[in-house]
Design a protein. Structure first.
Length: 334
């Protein structure tokens, strides 16, 4: 049991200020995530340091295509989530009440990363906001060792939380489902409002956190072209045309095993539309064999990074510039 960060007392209840649900939690009760609970007027987190998954993954798997391409990450997670997606591929660890996991300290995580020669820690698999205290302390320590920190997040995080961790966070991938369609979020994910995700994106941008965005396209129920178009326009208007944008194929899982995987055709259609609206780097992911797996120079069309799935075949960049025309590509690398 570990005292939580980011909460306020409201009478004899507690207002959690970590994620955009802002649960008002009565004495002896838990918030929506079932991880944070009010014990005698103090908010505690039950999953602190309980690492339920730890693996070494290529950063492309998160997905990040423009942040240290080809790097390995030490990827960690704890139990819990603030969403209830009916199609969650990690439902065994995101939707369980059992606070399982082996106990680690932030120093342990840094030591493991250093021993393996890994320079990036990814807080992923479940929602990192829901193991915020451990992610915060680990990322703060990581900075002292010149290790980068990345969140793979649903974006349902408050501005207070971003303000706290922003200076230690190097990059985020914010993962939309069904292009952020409000009705879809309500019906299939138990999320009342998508607006906080857009606010969080602006906040990450304000704190100079490198941003990539993904969008899971679900056949039949979460594949409206107009929603994809709207999301792309929002990115163009509020962030930047050079934000990498990943269109991800759906995998049948959890309570949605009756829906087929997304076709390559629809993902490429969405990527083509994103490109026509003006996004420079649309990608197709979770399906191999698309021309949208590669990075091309926006100016001259030269192929600068070629990938197969999450593997890099060739990288042809001079610093972060196109070797053919010298145009700057929005890539962070050594
Ligand atoms: S993290 Fe979110 S879901 Fe969990 S208690 Fe806080 S506001 Fe509620």
């Amino acid at each position: 049991m570990h005292e939580a960060m980011l909460w306020l007392k409201e009478g004899n209840k507690i207002r959690c200020e970590l994620c955009a649900r802002r649960c008002l939690i009565p004495e002896g009760k838990e918030g929506f995530c079932r991880v944070r609970f009010n014990n005698n007027g103090t908010l505690y987190t039950k999953n602190y340091g309980k690492i339920v998954s730890m693996d070494v993954d290529p950063i492309e798997k998160k997905p990040f295509y423009h942040f240290y391409p080809g790097a390995q990450t030490l990827s960690i997670s704890s139990v819990g989530c603030n969403f209830k997606c009916q199609f969650c591929i990690n439902c065994d660890i995101s939707q369980t009440d059992k606070m399982s996991g082996k106990t680690y300290s932030p120093d342990d995580i840094i030591k493991i990363a250093n021993d393996k020669g890994i320079k990036i820690i990814a807080y992923t698999y479940t929602e990192p906001t829901i193991f915020f205290e451990f992610a915060y302390r680990t990322s703060r320590l990581a900075k002292r060792y010149n290790i980068k920190n990345v969140f793979v997040t649903n974006g349902y995080i408050t501005s207070e939380a971003i303000k706290k961790i922003g200076k230690y966070l190097d990059a985020v991938t914010v993962d939309f489902k069904a292009s952020g369609n409000t009705e879809f979020y309500k019906k299939y994910m138990s999320v009342p409002d998508v607006q906080p995700i857009f606010t969080a994106l602006k906040n990450f941008n304000k704190h100079r956190v490198f941003i990539e965005i993904s969008n899971l396209v679900i056949p039949g129920i979460g594949d409206k072209p107009e929603d994809n178009h709207k999301l792309v326009e929002w990115i163009m208007d509020n962030l930047d045309s050079s934000i990498p944008y990943h269109l991800l194929g759906f995998t049948p899982s959890f309570q949605m095993t009756d829906i087929p995987p997304t076709s390559l055709e629809i993902l490429e259609k969405f990527a083509t539309d994103a490109q026509q609206v003006g996004l420079r780097y649309p990608y197709v992911g979770n399906i191999w064999g698309s021309r949208f797996e590669n990075t091309y120079c926006y100016n001259c069309g030269q192929s600068v990074i070629e990938r197969t799935g999450t593997f890099i075949n060739t990288m042809n960049l001079e610093g972060n510039k196109c070797p053919n025309c010298g145009f700057g590509i929005n890539v962070i690398k050594d």
